[in-house]
Design a protein around this ligand. Sequence first.
Ligand SMILES: Nc1ncnc2c1ncn2[C@@H]1O[C@H](COP(=O)(O)OP(=O)(O)O)[C@@H](O)[C@H]1O
Ligand SMILES: [Mg+2]
Length: 357
Amino acid sequence: MRPEKEEILMRTSIEAIRPRGMNAAGLNELAAGLRRRVVGQSEAIEAIVPYVELFEAGLAPAGRPAGVFLLLGPTGTGKTRTVEALADALHGSERNVLRIDCGEFQLEHEVAKLIGAPPGYLGHRETQPMISQQKLNAVASERSGLSIVLLDEIEKAAPSMRRLLLGVLDKATLKLGDNTTVNFERSLIFMTSNLGAREMMSELHDRFGLASALPSQADAKVLRGISTGAVRRQFSPEFVNRVDAMLTYQPLDRAATERILDLQLEALERHIALRLGASAFQLDLTLGARNFLIERGTSAEYGARELKRAIHRHLIQPLARLVLDKAIDAGDVVDVGVGSGGAMLDFAPKSRQVPAA
Ligand SMILES: Nc1ncnc2c1ncn2[C@@H]1O[C@H](COP(=O)(O)OP(=O)(O)O)[C@@H](O)[C@H]1O
Ligand SMILES: [Mg+2]
């Protein structure tokens, strides 16, 4: 049966306001999902989610991006992870991000790569701008019309690039080399920077003697002061004024690194189940094995950045060898401990005990 004309009209007008729209339940799940995936940075998550809600409710202001965030703080503490996790939660894939590495735009003339060369310039036809309306739209999805843009290491951007960005942040438009414009009203823009991070680490070091000490609430405030101070020295007031929220990520404490290890081990088990299907196995790590990975994968300087590499090298690669050697049977639990020399992990596959009936 065909819907009545009036019904169609009504539906169309609602869709015009809330184009694809997530509902309230979906948005609650969004915040919870982000908190699960990004450990110990709830302040940042709580600041970001309302902007998604505003957009999904159809109430984001016109003529400017749906949200502009500057993510600050030490390396490896979850800044980029937050953006990936948001893309995953909103669109179902971490890849739904238009990512611009500002390190590639340190020289004045390099903005041409971003926006394409003006017509008539040598090589005009060959220059595909890195940003276009099409590319921006392509990172939205059926689930949400919000495009996520990541401008990584913004402090490296040349002044010419900063000037362009100012227009994006202020008016939500960017003029390309071919004179067309890109509209960012349906975008959340994340800029990351580790400005002030070095100063933050030495502040923590002075206070506690070791850089990995737990930051308290009061320290969080001090650290925020350091990073926002560094930003204000580096960026013009116009630029800073166009940022909706400056969010300072906290150094990871021991409990946070343990949670991150858990997340990565869970992801590894899912990967094993997915790839090996019926012949999948499970892992059981001793405390020693967990500490082994945390020691090698986390540091004050790089946060949890090296954890994936440590897991890859010390856990996944030896497991792959055991699989190739057919040393692990389907459904085994592999006990993982620290080898006798302390330089390697050691693996003991056990068939799972079937409880007696
Ligand atoms: N707070 C965190 N929660 C979950 N994973 C994290 C967190 N911080 C770091 N990681 C892990 O470390 C890796 C590097 O973190 P990333 O977000 O890229 O650091 P940065 O803050 O320098 O952008 C991530 O891919 C993730 O595996
Ligand atoms: Mg990063």
